[in-house]
Design a protein around this ligand. Sequence first.
Ligand code: GDP
Length: 525
Amino acid sequence: MKNELLNKEIDRRRTFAIISHPDAGKTTLTEKLLLFGNVIRSAGTVKGKKSGKFATSDWMEIEKKRGISVTSSVMSFEYMDRHINILDTPGHEDFSEDTYRTLTAVDSAVMIIDCTKGVEPQTIKLFKVCRMRGIPIFTFINKLDREGKEPLALLEEIEEVLGIESYAMNWPVGMGKRFLGVYDRYNEVFIRYQGKDEEDRIPFKELDAVEEISTHPTFIQAKEDFELLEEAGNDFDINKVKNGLQTPVFFGSAISNFGVEMFFRTFLDLASEPQPRQTEEGTVEPKSGEFSGFIFKIQANMNPAHRDRLAFLRICSGVFERGMTVTVSRTGKSIKLTQSQQFLASDRETVDHAYPGDIIGIYDPGVYQIGDSLFSGGNQKVEFDEIPTFAPELFVKVEAKNVMKGKQFGKGITQLVQEGAIQLFRQYGTEAYILGAVGQLQLDVFEYRMKGEYNVEVVYNMIGSKIPRWLESQDVDTSLFDSRNILVKDRNDQYVALFDNDFSLRWFQDKNPKIGLIDIMAEED
Ligand code: GDP
């Protein structure tokens, strides 16, 4: 392929995730974006949660039952000559690790905030991950059709709680019953709110002539606030935006499709195209020619009829061509990629070519792990920076209820662990299987899937919450550990100590100052 063509394909790609606290309106907003892209025809079609149409696998039953999204998926479509890849992320905090991995594969993020609630706990957690990775963050303040916090207060909250500069791209005039519309600073038009869509646009210059707006007390109040912001607020700085130091803020109402299109278009203008990626050997430029990518997610049994296993690959450089042979960095093995799929909102279809920024699904015969780098051409090895793991907080001992099912148990546990659904440890001495999770829901899903997909009933023996610390040295005096401060090995055979609580951790450190303990979460901050 000619370079020019490749460059054009790269520049028109936008790969992003939408993050929010549950209920802020992620599904609703996503749906509107898909409507613009003509991928769906009516609202209410996204996710099993509402209509059931999108439940692509039977284990997602659990997601339907609980009304939460367990798994993150990818949606690709064309809009305004741009190729859009949206990575959906589960909202529930017990699946933060999944979200975390997904965020390694995007070039920007959209953060939704409910104007009636402001910045919520899960927003903060997800924001931190974006911040850590320097991802540009765009904010959509949702539900303006309801009475919420004052716009200035919301901006202040973003700046203070999240510690990022904000720049309002538009300004709401009233909210709830008094919601008149938004003042679009970027395009210099006032968009009148009439309960739905954003059809009525009045250029700033003509606004004074529209008396029912310009003399309305709500408008006068909003104008004063806006003038205050113009004077005292931050200046727009695209470099800060690109480095995740300033967030452009948009106000709107996803459910009435108001302010959404304006947001989306502006976002597409300002959001980054596929960015260079770090490897152990240096930076890989998307336009560098040779193909490379990494796997950030593995999902088994998406389709119960096929019992397939898909690895989600983010393409980082060069062109992907179906049938090409690539090398897996970790194992050095070559593999021919014949079965590759792209994700549309409701469907998957075979993809023959894909470009940097794209996410494709490749068939996994059991050779991939999360974090694997794939590359083609030459002898130049490409190994992207590792995808960090979350420190689990909740631990259980697990075994098969029926000892005769040992084989299926082993298979299920291996596959689900490779998939990153849960973390596995083996207790030192007894070799008992210990699962580590961020939250209870992860354990529920594991149990459910073991039964549904591997036909194994599992028995949990609760260990409870523990504080895991990886041991710096593998030369360990194992007698220092007991049934309360448990010694285990992770799946890479590294020693991990599970401390009962903060007190026992500190006590241990005081007694054994020479033993180096690593807090993996602290390292990433
Ligand atoms: P998610 O959990 O973030 O995916 O949130 P949903 O998109 O499912 O929305 C949660 C609830 O808020 C649903 O009942 C939506 O109908 C509602 N909602 C979403 N956007 C708006 C909005 O702009 N205005 C109002 N009033 N409600 C909204």
